[in-house]
Design a protein around this ligand. Structure first.
Ligand code: ATP
Ligand code: MG
Length: 257
């Protein structure tokens, strides 16, 4: 039986997200480790104020322009991202002409099929990663290094929501532009990615969809300028400063002095 969350509960949104993940776990889409990883993300979301911050919006704009300019963009989908944003990831693939590839850290064939099925339920017609042919990303042990030879392996731009640091570093080494969605600006993924969206996937992906739609109407030069002028170091630093500022403010109002 699933928990009834009163809409007036001050933590209703966060509780609903947890409930969605638990349902994903019951469907074998999310693993126990995925539930724990979400908790780490939640802690950082608290510090961000649980909203899309200006640096995140800036990163989303750069990510949308990079997806539009890409010649072969691929969206990597793991258990948590499928459970939390399958519908929006399918929409993003369709609006940015990107491929969807299932890419699981805790990989079993059964889970691969379940994640793919969820994407298909939301209208995905092609889901990569399930093929028996596999390429191996150098620097990673198999099966963690497996990638679809028609997907991530040959992509020029890869969107990796909630990715592991090792894989992000390995993808960068292959020369790919890596767009990460990660609430923790300190993670190896955040630090290694080309564009880091420090935001919750449930907010970031719908916003990416609308940004791609908006920017597709602009001329190519303007889109290229947005992508080329983006500075990930500066944007990450701005996210960290924002968290610091909130902590400082809270420490001053909670000190009782
Ligand atoms: P890394 O391997 O990059 O150093 P890590 O080992 O600390 O990171 P992982 O478990 O590999 O963490 O990856 C999970 C990441 O996903 C965490 O950094 C966490 O902050 C982030 N995360 C969890 N839930 C969400 C979410 N809903 N939206 C965005 N990011 C999330
Ligand atoms: Mg990790």
């Amino acid at each position: 039986m699933s928990l009834q969350i009163p809409p007036t509960h001050p933590r209703a949104v966060s509780l609903r997200i947890r409930q969605t993940l638990i349902e994903g776990w019951k469907r074998d889409v999310v693993t126990e480790a995925g539930l724990i990883a979400h908790g780490r993300g939640e802690a950082f979301d608290y510090l961000l104020g649980e909203s899309t911050t200006p640096p995140a919006a800036n990163a989303i704009e750069a990510a949308a322009s990079s997806l539009i300019l890409a010649s072969y963009p691929v969206i990597s989908v793991n258990g948590n991202s499928a459970a939390l944003a399958a519908r929006e990831l399918v929409q993003l693939a369709s609006t940015s002409d990107a491929k969807l590839e299932v890419n699981l850290f805790h990989r079993t064939e059964k889970r691969m099929v379940k994640v793919a099925k969820l994407l298909r339920e939301y209208g995905a017609t092609e889901v990569l990663g399930l093929h028996y042919l596999r390429a191996t990303i150098p620097g990673l042990d198999s099966p963690r290094g497996w990638a679809d030879p028609n997907g991530i392996f040959v992509a020029d731009v890869v969107l990796v929501p909630l990715e592991d640091g090792d894989r992000t570093v390995a993808l960068r080494r292959l020369g790919k532009k890596v767009i990460a969605v990660d609430l923790n600006p300190l993670s190896r993924t955040s630090q290694a990615a080309s564009i880091t969206i420090v935001d919750n996937i449930v907010r970031a992906v719908p916003r990416l969809v609308s940004e791609v739609k908006r920017l597709k109407k602009k001329d190519a030069k303007a889109v290229r300028r947005l992508s080329e002028s983006y500075d990930n170091r500066k944007t990450l630093a701005a996210s960290i400063r924002l968290m610091l500022g909130r902590l400082r403010q809270l420490s001053e109002t909670s000190s009782g002095e």
